[in-house]
Write a protein that binds this ligand. Structure first.
Ligand code: SF4
Ligand code: ZN
Length: 737
């Protein structure tokens, strides 16, 4: 690192130190040193500081301690050894900068100055990134839908360039954070957020563009968020800074892009990013700074052309992105999936109880399918389409393939939703005969026609299911009479499929499947997926895994032969144990699929829901990701989650997929459904339909009403009172341990 950068970074750190110190003194004078501070929804205090030092900042007095640590980091001969990997002056000042920025942002939260509002547009920035978001994104990160992260600091030379860069990142599925402010080419102070707002670009998590704030300091939210992945998924302990820095470098594919002139604070924030393994690329004089482990060197190039900056950043960070895109006149990718089409932006719609509509995948013989053919059947199709408004629609897709099985129809059909939503200006909701689709005015202007629905489904089906589907033919019906007639046929098949699935239980198969996708983030975690237990993220069931294995025999889902049963009640098999011994990085010796008490399944971090034992109630409680209230376990979801993840077995605690709760194998060895003493209202509502028949089976038809929720109990005392009042069956069951 050159001397100029090093001294700029060090200078900035001193400025930030003074600022943080002053703000902290003021806050302490006003609120007292014992004043408690928490960022919203995190179990990791001030996460950057906590990860690196294991020091939990809980109060203003703690903040003072953390502040003093940074003073040490800036001295050659520190007296306190709490934080001491000596990285060289500039890099230490980089990490110190991130600490100081985190303290400053915390104090701004405390003063209600965060998340801040954009003075020009009134737009409210995202502010601190919560643990929940980290977990929500978990699956996208591992299944390739989100291969990396960018943080753009500053402003592009003009609004058009800003949009172009961000659109390119969106099409490559990169999650982009925005921070800082700089001068554009006309000399006006602005930032990429404002530039995109002026271009009418939709911002937010759903569209993969997340404005953090208008200052460089806001970049720290991204750093503090990314380092939490190491604790949440990687199972690395707070304070194990070496492990964290290795994790962020090897597993978090992030880079920074600095647009506009550089300031001292940008240099020092950049130095912090480099310590974490994130290269920085700029459009000004010194465009690339590479991290290599924790030592760095720099690489000087001529000014970067904006049309190449994304490509260059990808090369430097070693990101390979292969995006499959159907030949359609609009952009395509998961970043467009979350986009809404309001009524006033809508050109035409199909289904949604307004017109008849459904979608259906049928298996055919190879000779009965004409590959690539798209047929539209109806009267005056073109004229009716041009008028806009509403239209009936059936999308019927015939597929054939030597490895195709009827069971895969539902899986292929379920992808219809994503296929259509990923097209910009197309929107899809529901499935089967309750679909609802819209085309936006803009997409119509861009040239989208009915035929494109067929093209999208055909191309993406072949793409996603290449090993099982050899031929695809799509027929679209738009006359009500045809749609209704075929719908009856489809409904009969939907029913048949559901029946088949219901009959599928663990005893009926001799093969389970593993899911190893999350090992890229949680190296020792394996989901063992059986017909009656889906993956803990909720996204993969047994059939999905079976299809995935057919599609890619060397991929993340592998068959596990059950072999000899070792314990039928607890759900333990010889083959499963052997598989785990070989595939869990030595972490798991044995697994019981049907209990939480003894060798339960591990958790990566993206579980939909947590089961935790409530010993005094002789039962268990359930809380879903995103619930922010207190639970009778005395912990919020975020804190509980911190004790569950990282790929270890934690008897009494487990992450699960929501649909597992109504499975007959849910805690089967522990007494099953009747053990539930508390669950959130949200879960009760989501499960209502499936819960009732299961409760009947267990002989407690009104079980759901006997289970407490946050409206009657948020601590153990209230819980016990309620359980006694309703005479909950768990009180009479055998002791859990
Ligand atoms: Fe990760 Fe398990 Fe979901 Fe696979 S099934 S993506 S391993 S949580
Ligand atoms: Zn996971």
């Amino acid at each position: 690192m050159s001397k100029i950068i090093a001294s700029a970074a060090i200078r900035a750190t001193h400025v930030l130190f003074k600022r943080a110190e002053k703000m902290l003194e003021k806050a302490t004078a006003e609120k007292g040193k014992d004043f408690v501070f928490e960022f919203p929804d995190t179990a990791f205090y001030l996460p950057q500081i906590y990860a690196m030092t294991a020091f939990p900042v809980k109060t203003l007095a703690d903040m003072k301690v953390a502040l003093e640590m940074t003073r040490d980091m800036l001295q050659d001969e520190p007296d306190d050894k709490l934080w001491r990997p000596y990285l060289g002056e500039a890099l230490d000042s980089g990490m110190a900068t991130l600490f100081l920025e985190e303290i400053i942002l915390a104090l701004r939260y405390l003063n209600d100055e965060e998340p801040c509002e954009d003075p020009e547009t009134g737009y409210v920035y995202n502010g601190f990134i919560t643990d929940t978001i980290q977990r929500n994104l978990g699956i996208q990160l591992v299944d390739g839908r989100m291969p990396g992260f960018a943080c753009i600091i500053g402003a592009a030379p003009d609004d058009d360039t800003a949009e172009k860069i961000v659109r390119e990142l969106q099409e490559k599925n990169i999650l982009t954070f925005l921070s800082g402010t700089a001068k554009d080419k006309s000399g006006k102070e602005t930032n990429v957020t404002q530039q995109l707002l002026r271009k009418g670009v939709e911002l937010g998590w759903e569209s993969y563009i997340v404005p953090l704030g208008p200052d460089v300091e806001h970049t720290e939210y991204a750093a503090s968020w990314s380092i939490r992945a190491s604790m949440i998924f990687g199972g690395n302990k707070p304070g194990d800074y070496k492990a964290h820095l290795k994790y962020t470098k090897d597993r978090v594919f992030a880079f920074a892009m600095v647009l506009g002139e550089l300031s001292d604070i940008i240099w020092s924030t950049g130095a912090g990013a480099i310590v974490m393994g994130y290269p920085a690329i700029a459009d000004t004089d010194i465009p690339v700074i590479h991290p290599t482990g924790v030592c760095t060197y720099e690489h000087v190039e001529k000014e970067l052309d904006h049309s190449k900056i994304v490509q260059r950043a990808f090369e430097i960070r070693g990101l390979k992105v292969t995006v499959a895109k159907p030949p359609i006149p609009v952009a395509f990718g998961p970043a467009f999936e979350g986009e809404r089409i309001r009524k006033e932006d809508m050109f035409i719609e199909f289904g949604g109880q307004r017109t008849a509509a459904f979608e259906w995948v049928r298996t055919k013989e190879l000779e009965d399918v004409e590959d690539g053919k798209i047929t539209i059947i109806g009267t005056d199709v073109e004229k009716r389409f041009k008028e806009g408004g509403r239209m009936p629609m059936a999308i019927v897709m015939d597929v054939a393939g030597r490895k195709m099985q009827n069971d895969f129809e539902a899986i292929i059909e379920r992808k219809f939703h994503h296929n259509i939503n990923e097209a910009q200006g197309l929107w899809h909701m529901g499935q089967r005969d309750i679909v609802w689709m819209r085309i936006s005015n803009q997409a119509y202007k861009d040239g989208i026609t009915l035929e494109h629905f067929g093209i999208i489904q055909g191309t993406m089906t072949k793409n996603r299911f290449k090993a099982i589907v050899d031929k695809v033919e799509v027929t679209i019906y738009v006359d009500e009479e045809d749609v209704l007639k075929l719908q009856d046929e489809a409904r009969a098949i939907y029913k048949e499929r559901d029946h088949r699935l219901q009959g599928l239980n663990d005893e009926a198969v001799d093969t389970y499947y593993s899911c190893l996708l999350c090992q890229s983030f949680a190296p020792s975690h394996v989901c063992v997926i059986s017909p009656e237990r889906l993956g803990l993220c909720g996204a993969y069931n047994w059939l999905d895994c079976k299809a995935a294995f057919e599609i890619d025999p060397t991929g993340g889902n592998q068959p596990i032969q059950k072999e000899a049963v070792l314990d039928a009640k607890s759900g333990r098999w010889e083959g499963v144990d052997k598989y785990l011994q070989a595939n869990s990085a030595g972490a798991i010796e044995s697994l019981n699929l049907y209990t939480i008490m003894d060798n339960p399944m591990t958790s990566c971090g993206c579980f939909e829901c947590i089961v935790a034992i409530v010993p005094e109630a002789n039962g268990i409680m359930l809380v879903q990701r995103g619930h922010t209230g207190m639970t009778p376990a005395g912990m919020k979801f975020s804190t509980l989650a911190g004790t569950v993840g990282g790929g270890t077995q934690n008897p009494g605690f487990m992450g699960i997929g929501v649909n597992f709760i109504t499975s007959r194998k849910f805690l089967y060895a522990d007494g099953g459904l009747k053990r539930i003493v508390w669950m959130t209202k949200n879960l009760k509502e989501r499960l209502a339909e499936d819960f009732k028949p299961r409760a009947d089976e267990e002989g407690v038809p009104n079980l759901i009403d006997m289970i407490a929720d946050e409206t009657v109990a948020e601590d153990s005392e209230q819980l016990m009172e309620y359980l006694a009042k309703v005479n909950h069956p768990a009180l009479e069951m055998d002791p859990m341990f």
